[in-house]
Design a protein around this ligand. Structure first.
Ligand SMILES: [Fe+2]
Length: 323
């Protein structure tokens, strides 16, 4: 066997490549500090798979040079992999969250360098569809995916987390797949306008000046502009434009006459994820501290009381919260 002990390798769950024999990348196994070529691309046969099962090999490795081929394989087989019950639920959750973060990072962490297109929209809609199916059809999927969410705040991970919380809520509240997909895609894009806000303002530890606050408050409108070539559904646009609107009119940009229910769900998920994440200017609150703050806002008439109650029930009954 070819042995490699240099270069960079990435671990992948064995089950993800067992699904299809036609992989376009080499796979390695690891022994100590060394990596051994196990099968060349296109040559992972049933006999190979049998050996992996026989020896309980649950992790394989791919070389960094092959990452683009691996990503293409995952993208092509994404929906099928998520629905494949032979793959442990936690591995599929990892696949879902990893793919979502990759998509979010490409769109939101490029300082406005990426102009999103209908192709990006279609990927986000496919992701929302797959997330909906995964959560609604697989027992334990909600808890498994929620356990992975990063609490180290970055705009892209925050957007993806919000999108996942929103999909959890929409499935539990009985929204159908068709309406959930546009909201899921909109939630994943809701803060894309922040790519136009300088990091020095976004991450400023102290109090913001009036001017800095105005720049930040522009991000829903900037987000709407950034997404103009995506041909988004109205439900997705609502999420981007209105997620900071408050029911008592104290939010921004202050253009919504009536905030639709799906946006109210995004707003609560947005606040919850931000509060439970470590931000440069604020510690992470635990779930119950965050619930207390959200409840206070709802009691004051800023947030939808029913939506807040439902959201908190979904997280507690699904044992998704961590104290
Ligand atoms: Fe925002």
């Amino acid at each position: 066997m070819l042995r490699l002990n240099s270069g960079s390798f990435t671990s992948i769950p064995t089950m993800l490549v067992s699904y299809d024999c036609g992989i376009a990348f080499d796979v390695y196994i690891r022994k100590g500090a060394n990596f051994f070529l196990f099968a060349r691309h296109g040559e992972l046969t049933d006999a190979h798979k049998h050996r992996l099962t026989e020896h309980n090999v649950d992790t394989l490795y791919i070389h960094s040079d092959d990452l683009p081929s691996y990503d293409a394989y995952i993208e092509e087989n994404f929906s099928n992999l998520l629905q494949d019950d032979a793959i442990p639920i936690d591995d599929r959750s990892e696949l879902l969250y990893g793919y979502s973060l990759g998509l979010g990072k490409g769109l939101l962490q490029n300082e406005g360098m990426v102009q999103p297109t209908v192709e990006h929209r279609d990927k986000l809609l496919m992701l929302a569809d797959s997330t909906f199916d995964f959560i609604s059809r697989r027992k334990g999927a909600s808890k498994s995916i929620a356990a992975l969410l990063s609490h180290n705040y970055k705009t892209y991970s925050h957007c993806i987390n919000v999108s996942i919380y929103v999909m959890l809520a929409m499935v539990k509240l009985g929204f159908d797949k068709r309406s959930s997909r546009a909201v899921g895609a909109g939630a994943a894009l809701h803060d894309i306008g922040k790519s136009r806000v300088p990091a020095a303002i976004l991450d400023k530890p102290g109090r913001l000046t009036t001017e800095e606050r105005e720049i930040i408050n522009q991000h829903p409108i900037d987000g709407y502009e950034i997404c103009r070539d995506m041909d988004l559904d109205d439900a997705s646009i609502d999420c981007i434009l209105q997620h900071h609107e408050k029911l008592d009119g104290s939010g921004y940009p202050g253009q919504a006459v009536r905030v639709p229910r799906h946006v109210r769900i995004v707003t609560v998920a947005d606040i919850y994820d931000a509060l439970t994440s470590t931000r440069p200017y604020c510690r992470a609150y635990n779930a119950f501290e965050a619930f207390k703050i959200i409840t206070k806002d709802a009691e004051a008439g800023r947030l939808d009381k029913e939506v807040c109650k439902e959201f908190m029930l979904i997280l507690t009954e699904g044992q998704i919260v961590s104290g």
